[in-house]
Design a protein. Structure first.
Lengths: 262, 317
């Protein structure tokens, strides 16, 4: 059941060595890297706010770490260089859909070039709380051309698994609003002039984003999660899926559930 | 041939015969390259563009000030003495262009001056601004990294040398988009002549010499407006380097391509980087119909070469 330490060596060795091999060809992500050049695994969670995706990703991270894998978790819109600008623009409420989209793309490119891609080459498990699909959904909802948005992000590597957390809008709204007295301007999609009421605007905005996710989930082969299920059950499904990505000998040894005391 | 293939990707519906042909300083023909905006038939179901129109309107009032020669009644008529028309975008109906602005009309004209560092762009733009204003045209100047929200951020970010190539490319695109929508388009709607100190071409050339695929950059900038005239000040890199030294005795890190590790010798690096850019501009010239202008001449001679065709063009506009 345990014997985690021996596994750590195996994980490092196996994933790491292959990474050196052909990584030069995919140098710096200027060209879209081929999947086989990249030994790490990229796991993505997508869904609207309040779908519970972040909670699930954290639990997945705990499990992987417990099994001695090297893990890096990254969140949407979290790069330092871009954040101050985005927040400045948001404060002024002066961001047009295209600028908004490109600033998020800048943020993504920075995280991709500096963290995601190099770490995947090094054999890491990279866990992304939102990925390019968030841009596909939000930017298109804001009025950007869908084909354009996809072209802008076409340097990004395809994830090994993208979990999509499907949740009824009311459930998500309840989860979010219970802990948050006031909605922010862009969060509520108020720039789209959907409704004078911020909550109503938020609702319409989220609804449209859900429509975008639903429209793309087949093409992007999302693993659709029923986000109304108990947290533990969802997590078991995710772990089972992720486990399939592991090399055979690691798969047998990987502890599926993290024991209570962790 | 390569240009034709590239155009297919990029989707410009310019008939070959109507390709801009201002190789020399002749006045360009404005009759070609029409009809791009009409192709935006698939109206987007989601975006409510009212807020944008309000925004653009507010911006108009701000920038137009007292300088607008028009009578303010822009509905399909003449603003600033120039004919109103639908703007031309680089994208097609399949993708590109600013979807939510597909209904706008512009009256002004967009004139772009491209050229390397120290090629004399800013001097020429200053001269042209004065000359056009003397002729009675309202002029707005723009340039790269001048957007209010983003420009400063790029300058700060560039100090951070670990910044990736793609990140910087995207940053510039964001800055450009912000200026396009907040400055250039509102000014054009108000009937201004917009003189742009560099445009998407420099940004695309920089990307390409740093290893980013051309098609990615042209797709990225497919939301840009097609300028009415674009001049590229062609200056020999060996002349450039002396002009830079005359100006500030040192070479700029990025303008020397020092981030690319071409050479430890900054002088050498500058020359080779500028040569690569110049080669890339040869490609862009084919693809986008840039007007090459000999920039090795004196300020006055160069000014003649720019002012004359611009005034000739505007008088017919």
């Amino acid at each position: 059941m345990m014997a985690a330490s021996s596994r750590s060596g195996a994980a490092d060795g196996e994933h790491g060595a292959a990474g050196q091999a052909e990584s030069k060809k995919a140098e710096a992500g200027r060209r879209r890297p081929r999947r086989r050049d990249v030994p790490g695994k990229l796991i993505v969670v997508e869904g609207i706010d309040g779908s519970g995706k972040s909670t699930q990703l954290l639990l997945l991270e705990k499990w992987l770490r417990y099994n001695m894998f090297e893990v890096f978790r990254t969140e949407w819109n979290s790069s330092d260089i871009v954040r101050s600008i985005t927040s400045k623009g948001k404060k002024k409420e002066a961001l047009t859909p295209t600028t908004f989209s490109l600033l998020h793309a800048t943020d993504f490119a920075d995280r991709f070039e500096r963290h995601i891609l190099p770490l995947l080459h090094a054999g890491y498990f990279v866990l992304a709380d939102r990925y390019v699909y968030t841009a596909y959904a939000r930017d298109v909802t804001r009025g950007c051309d869908p084909a354009w948005v996809r072209k802008v992000y076409d340097f990004a590597i395809k994830p090994d698994i993208a979990f999509y957390f499907r949740v009824p809008l009311d459930t998500a709204m309840d989860r979010i609003l219970s802990g948050r007295p006031k909605l922010k301007f862009y969060e509520a999609g108020a720039d789209l002039n959907l409704s004078k009421d911020l909550y109503e605007s938020f609702r319409i905005f989220q609804h449209r984003i859900v429509e975008q996710y639903e429209a793309m989930h087949k093409r992007e082969s999302f693993v659709v999660m029923d986000a109304t299920m108990p947290i533990h059950e969802q997590q078991m499904i995710m772990r089972a899926k992720v486990r399939k990505l592991l090399p055979k000998k690691l798969k047998k040894k990987t502890v599926l559930e993290v024991p209570e005391h962790v | 041939m390569a240009a034709a293939a590239e155009r297919a990707v990029y989707g410009r519906s310019v008939p070959d015969g109507a390709e801009e042909d201002y190789e020399s300083d002749d006045a360009p023909d404005d009759s070609g390259a029409g009809g791009i905006t009409e192709e935006y038939s698939d109206s987007h179901a989601y975006y409510d563009s009212d807020i944008y129109r309000q925004l653009a309107g507010a911006e108009d009032a701000g920038t137009a000030g007292g300088g607008n020669r028009g009578d303010g009644d822009g509905a399909g008529g003449n603003v600033g003495g120039m004919k109103s028309r639908k703007p031309k975008w680089y994208g097609t109906k399949k993708f590109g262009g600013l979807h939510y602005l597909r209904d706008i009309e512009i009256a002004g004209r967009l004139i772009v001056i491209e050229g390397p560092d120290a090629s004399g762009r800013s001097t020429q733009i200053e001269l042209l601004t004065t000359q056009l204003e003397a002729e009675g045209y309202a002029v707005l100047n723009t340039g790269l990294t001048r957007s209010e929200i983003i420009g400063q951020g790029i300058l700060e970010a560039k100090r951070n040398i670990s910044l990736g190539v793609r990140t910087l490319a995207m940053f510039y695109a964001a800055d450009f988009a912000d200026q396009l929508e907040h400055k250039i388009i509102p000014a054009l709607q108000a009937g201004y002549v917009v003189l742009a100190d560099r445009y998407i071409y420099t940004l695309m050339a920089r990307n390409t010499v740093r290893g980013i695929k051309r098609s990615w950059s042209s797709n990225l900038y497919s939301f840009a407006l097609v300028p009415d005239m674009t001049f590229y000040l062609d200056v020999d890199p060996y002349v450039l380097v002396h002009r830079v030294f005359a100006k500030r005795q040192s070479l700029d890190y990025y303008e020397s391509g020092a981030d690319m590790g071409i050479s430890k010798n900054m002088y050498d690096s500058f020359i080779r980087y500028q040569q690569r850019l110049a080669r890339e501009f040869e490609v862009l010239k084919q693809q986008y119909g840039l007007n090459m202008v000999n920039g090795n001449r004196s300020v006055e001679a160069l000014n003649d070469g720019l002012r004359k065709p611009i005034l000739r063009y505007l008088s017919k506009a």
